[in-house]
Design a protein around this ligand. Sequence first.
Ligand code: FAD
Ligand code: NAP
Length: 538
Amino acid sequence: MSATRNLPTELDAVIVGAGFSGLYQLYKLRQLGMRVKVVEAGSDIGGTWYWNRYPGARCDVESMHYSYSFDPELEQEWEWTEKYPSQPEILAYIHHVADRHDLRKDVVLDTKVTSAHYDEDSALWTVRTEDGQEVGARYCIMAVGCLSVPKKPEVPGLERFRGDWYHTCDWPESGVDFTGRRVAVIGTGSSGIQAIPIIAQQASELTVFQRTPNFSLPTFNGPIDREMVADIKSRYRAIREESRQSGFGIAIEPPTRSALEVDPGERHRNYEERWQRGNLTGVLQAYTDLLADEEANETAAEFVRGKIREIVDDPDTAEKLCPKGYAFGTKRPCLDTGYYETFNADHVQLADLRETPLVEITEKGVRTSDREYEVDSLVLATGFDAMTGALLNIDIRGRGGQPLREKWQDGPALYLGLNPAGFPNLFTITGPGSPSVLSNMIVSIEQHVEWITDLVDHMRRGELRTVEATETAEKEWTDHVREVGDMTLYPKTDSWYMGANVPGKPRLLMAYLGGVGPYWQKCQEVAANDYEGFALSA
Ligand code: FAD
Ligand code: NAP
C-alpha cells in the first residue's frame, strides 16, 4: 500500500521524519502492536538520501557498514555495487527496506509538523501539521535528522540573482545539466567537495568560493570487492556487534601509540599506508592523541597538506586549499573523488573568501570585496543548521507549556541525548548529547531506536503513563558531555559541531565524544537500573 496524506486523530505514537531513524522506529513500534504513523515533510521517504541529490552525493562510510543490521536476512541478500554507496543506491536500499517490511502504509508524506504540545492532564502530545491536521498521541518521537535544515550564506541578494540557483540539500529530482554554463559553488564542506569535481566536468567555467579550506582524503572508490563482501557477510553479526562497541560506530583496530612517540619517517609511512586505504578513520585513527593534542594533530595535518601540494599544480592555489589554523578532524573531514585534481583544470578557479570576503549575490552573479563574478548558475553548498535546527523549527512545548526553544536558548540539554527534562514521552533519535554525528550514524540510530522501543515496551507492560528525565540527571549528563568534549581539540574549532556556522547559535559541542560503545553501555545500565535518571509514573 502506498503512503497517504491523512493522519488519524489518535495514535499511540507519532514519529516525525521518514529517514533511516523514523522508518526503523516505525518498524519497531509496530512490532509492539502500537498504532503509529510517521509524518514526513518530503514527498517521499529517505530523509537525507531523498533530499541530497546533488551530483556526486555519496556516503563516506563504506557500504557494508552503512546499512541496517536489524534484519540479518536483508544484510545477506542486499548487494552493494560500490565501496562507497551513491545517493541513488542508498535511496534504493531504503525503498527496498520499506517495501520488504510494508512500512509505507504508515508514512504520511508531504506533511510538515509545525507544533507538538504536551497536555499534562491527559499526558498526551498534540501534534499539528502545516496543512491543519491534528493528532493526539502518548509518545512523540523526533526522527527529524541532524542535517536536515539547510543553511544559506549570510549575504544579501539571492532573490535578485537572474540565473538558476540550487542548495545541495534541496536538489531538483530531475537533476541539473550544467553543460556549457558558468557555475559558482559557494562552500567547500563535504557536499561541495563531492559536487565540485562532477560539476567541473560539465561547466564551461567553474568558480569555487572557499571560506575555510577543509581536510579531504581520497575515497579510492570503485566496484565493491566481492571477496571482502563474502568475508564480511560470513561474519556480519560479529562485525555489527563490534561496531556497536567501537568508538565511532565502525569496528577498527584502535590506535595504541602517541603520534609523538614514533620517529617522523615511521609516522609518515603509517600515514601513507592509511591514506591509501581511502577512508575517514585511517589517518585520523593512526595514533591515540590526534584529536586531543595539537602537536600530535599537526603531524597528520601536515601530512594531508603535503598531499594537497603534491596534487595541485599551481603552488598558490595549493596553498589556499591547505587547511590551517584548526586541527585536522575537528571540522568534519571529507572524502572525495578527484577534488584537489579539479583545480588543475584551466576552466576552474578558486576564490579565497578569506582574502576577499563574500559581499553579496548580484543579478549577474557573486560579488566579493574585490570583484564581481558573472555566472549562469549558483550552487549553495553552505551546509545545515545542524543538530538542533529541525527540532527548534517545530514549536515543541512541554510541561507548563514551556517551549523547547526557551529551554534551549543557551544550548541543547537532554539526558543521554534522548529526552529533555520537562518533556515527558518525547524522544529524539541521535539527538544532541549522544554520539550522533560523530559516529557511523546507522549504528547510533539503531541503538536509539531499540532503546526507546524497550522503554516504551517497559512502560506498557507496567501500565505506566509518563517517563521523563529528571533535571539532575539531565544536568549531570550535559556537564559530562561538555567535560568529555573539553578533553579534545573539537571545542577550539569553529565548526557546525559547535553550532559556529549559524550566526547567533549557542557555541557548544553538541555531540558526545565518549564513544559509541561506552555510550551504549551507559544507556543499557540506565535501563537495567530501572531507568535511573528518569521519572516513570502511572
Ligand atoms: P534524516 O535522514 O535527516 O531524516 C529526517 C527527516 O525528517 C527528513 O526527511 C525531513 O524532511 C524530516 N523532517 C524534519 N523536520 C520535519 C518536520 N517538521 N515535519 C515533517 N518532517 C520533518 N552519516 C553517516 O554516518 N555517514 C555518512 O557518510 C553520511 N553522509 C551524509 C551525507 C549527506 C549529504 C548528509 C546531509 C548527511 C550524511 N550523513 C552521513 C548523516 C545522515 O543524515 C545520517 O546518516 C542519516 O541518514 C540520518 O537519518 P535520520 O532518519 O536520522 O535523519
Ligand atoms: P558544511 O560542512 O557545513 O560546509 C558548508 C560550507 O559552506 C563550508 O565550507 C562553509 O565555510 C561554507 N559557508 C557557509 N556559509 C558561508 C558563507 N556565508 N560564506 C561563505 N561560505 C560559507 O556543509 P556540508 O558540506 O553540506 O556538510 C555537512 C555535513 O553533512 C558534513 O560535515 C557531513 O557530516 C555530512 N555530509 C557527508 C557527506 C559524505 O561524504 N558522506 C557529504 C555531504 C555532507 P566555513 O567552513 O567557513 O563555515
